[in-house]
Design a protein around this ligand. Structure first.
Ligand code: ARG
Length: 244
């Protein structure tokens, strides 16, 4: 009798262990994003994360039957978290770079952007990369910051959030900002009386979806999703929706 009870208990234990392991395989895929980068990833007035990237990732998830959940994380911890495998993947206007490839996997490119210089509307001194002077703002750990560091005779001021850099620029605290073209164009469009873009695009950069090392199955699904949405013309559609 005692033996029978033990067998039942052990049986129940095994079943519950199996249920736990099944559950984890259907758990949501955690997609990190730094929602401070309009119009690609930002918060609307109701605290929903929206933008070009959010639509891209949602469409990929629909195509590939992925159960995703967006997690809003600041840029610096986002890159660190991707390197440590804290998140399954990240979509956040992330430029594919050789250096980052050492710490995470990247999907095929889904968008091309470049760095741009923004100054106050009445600034006549700065007209290009070579005429940059004073303090140049950028988001910490971005390709815009790297670009600023390449400029001669400037002090680089790094911000956790690009919005704070734009506040400083509009208040006359700094002389210029270098950031991704969609973000630069969006700020200038919203503040046409205060800001302008000067000079040429400084770079050509491919955005990719970062995937935690080892998650090659997820990477393959994301790439298949990207191929499918590109074939449907969704990137052009979303460009018209978010970049006008
Ligand atoms: N494309 C730039 C980079 O990869 C900046 C991306 C910043 N993205 C953001 N959501 N803050 O360095």
């Amino acid at each position: 009798m005692k033996k029978a009870i033990w067998l039942v208990l052990i049986g129940l234990l095994i079943i519950s262990m199996l249920l736990v392991s099944c559950k984890s395989s259907t758990d949501k895929i955690r997609v990190a994003t730094d929602a401070t980068w309009a119009p690609f990833e930002y918060m609307d007035n109701n605290n929903n994360i929206i933008g070009f990237d959010i639509d891209v990732m949602t469409a990929i998830a629909e195509k590939q039957n992925l159960n995703i959940e967006f997690v809003n994380v600041a840029w610096d911890p986002l890159l660190a978290g991707m390197a440590q495998g804290t998140y399954d993947c990240a979509i956040s206007s992330i430029t594919i770079t050789e250096d980052r490839k050492k710490a995470m996997l990247f999907s095929d490119p889904y968008f091309v952007a470049g760095q741009m210089i923004i100054v106050a509307k009445d600034n006549t001194a700065i007209t290009s990369f070579d005429t940059l002077t004073g303090t140049v703002g950028a988001q910490l750990g971005t390709t815009g910051e790297m670009e600023a560091q390449n400029a001669a005779n400037v002090t680089v001021k790094s911000y956790d959030e690009i919005g704070l850099a734009f506040q400083d620029l509009m208040n006359g605290q700094i002389n210029a900002i270098i950031c991704d073209s969609p973000v630069a164009q969006n700020y200038v469009k919203k503040n046409q009386d205060k800001l302008k873009i000067v000079g040429d695009m400084l770079s050509s950069e491919n955005y990719g979806i970062a995937v935690a090392k080892g998650k090659t199955d997820l990477l393959n699904k994301i790439n298949a999703g990207i191929t499918a949405i590109k074939a449907e013309g969704l990137i052009e559609e979303l460009s018209a929706k978010w970049l006008q």
